[in-house]
Design a protein around this ligand. Sequence first.
Ligand SMILES: [Zn+2]
Length: 249
Amino acid sequence: MAGIIFLFGLLIGSFLNVCIVRIPNQETIIYGSSRCPHCYTRLRTPDLIPVLSFLFLKGRCRYCHAPVSWRYPLVEFLTGLLYYLTYEVTGFQPLLVKYLILFSLLVIIAFIDIDRQIIPNQLVLTVLVWAIGWQIFWPELSWRESLLGSLLGGGILLAVALISQGGMGGGDIKLMFAAGLVLGSAATLLALFLAFVSGALGGGILLATGRKQRKEPIPFGPFLAFGIWVALLWGDSLIEFYLNLSGLR
Ligand SMILES: [Zn+2]
């Protein structure tokens, strides 16, 4: 089963690539076949097998031999891995569906943020609707916990934005208002903590390796996505571990 979930994730990852490219351009993600961005040749099924086509064609377009971004197989593999790990934690149950859709949205958000330093409102809105829908029909948290998570997540980032005067984007704030509903209070705090720590590390590496200049903005969406993902899947164990470690329990 885990293998099937991984392969399914690879296929979904291929669709997420389409979303990452098309959503910021307001293009449809449902119709229209994939084309090589270089020669515009319509790609056929053998060109679109996740990861394998890229490896088999040695990272080049079959028709014009232009290099294909390694980002495509990366997103596919990452999504496969994400699906596999999620399944390992939740098992086969409704919660798996809730998380897989949420994490897929986060992958799209993270990579659009990397590309364009924006988090499209329609994606945040989809996260919000997804979160509220589950909260209504299949709640895992009390409404109080859910709303507290939302207020904490959005509120803390809003405070950071006000204090740092532009260091935090509006999209990040809105994303945490929405994701907080799914996380609840404790997991929201953990997600933010993980996002800030990984963001500081990631930012430091980007500066040290010269990939980013000091004044260049570093998108925070990918780090929030990482924090949300880890907090949802392993939050309880991490919080437990921390409490034991600090002697609070
Ligand atoms: Zn081509």
